[in-house]
Ligand binder design. Structure first.
Ligand code: SF4
Ligand code: SF4
Length: 149
């Protein structure tokens, strides 16, 4: 499967990846509308943590033995056996937040639009490849086949 990898030595904390993520998951897909006209305002599904000169992207790792799947009481969190993508089914989600509590990376969010359901990185399946990777001017984010697969 393909995964998003991060090279911290290439990141300058410009946060273009966060902006691209938010716009990609907005209704309009337009930057001004997404930030100024769409409410409730979305939260990017990838965040840049920064301390001094260091910055690091935090997003879903699509874990091999994903604790969010084990914790989910309704089967809303699931793994695609072919691609290994860990995805979330909003139809099955009841908003118990067990996945949020179990994810060691803190990358599952409450959906800003629906409130009762969780949301997370979906690898931008709708547009073909992750918007954060496309937006990074420094190739700090790379989408490639996982090593050993
Ligand atoms: S777009 Fe690239 S350089 Fe900018 S914050 Fe994101 S990962 Fe870092
Ligand atoms: S949401 Fe968290 S626990 Fe679940 S696959 Fe992604 S990183 Fe792993």
């Amino acid at each position: 499967m393909k995964k998003i990898y991060f090279k911290e030595e290439h990141c300058m904390a410009c946060r273009l990846c966060e902006i691209a993520c938010l716009v990609a998951h907005s209704k309009s897909k337009k930057i001004i509308k997404a930030y100024k006209e769409e409410f409730p305002k979305l939260t990017p599904r990838l965040v840049i943590e920064q301390k001094g000169p260091l910055s690091f992207a935090i997003q879903c790792r699509h874990c091999k033995d994903a604790p969010c799947i084990s914790a989910c009481i309704t089967g809303a969190m699931k793994k695609n056996k072919k691609t290994n993508e860990v995805s979330h089914d909003s139809e099955k989600c009841v908003g118990c937040w067990m996945c949020i509590m179990s994810c060691p990376f803190g990358v599952i969010l409450m959906d800003a639009k629906e409130k009762k359901v969780a949301t997370k990185c979906d690898l931008c399946k709708d547009i073909g490849s992750p918007a954060c990777v496309e937006a990074c001017p420094n190739e700090a984010l790379i989408y490639k086949e996982a090593s050993g697969k």
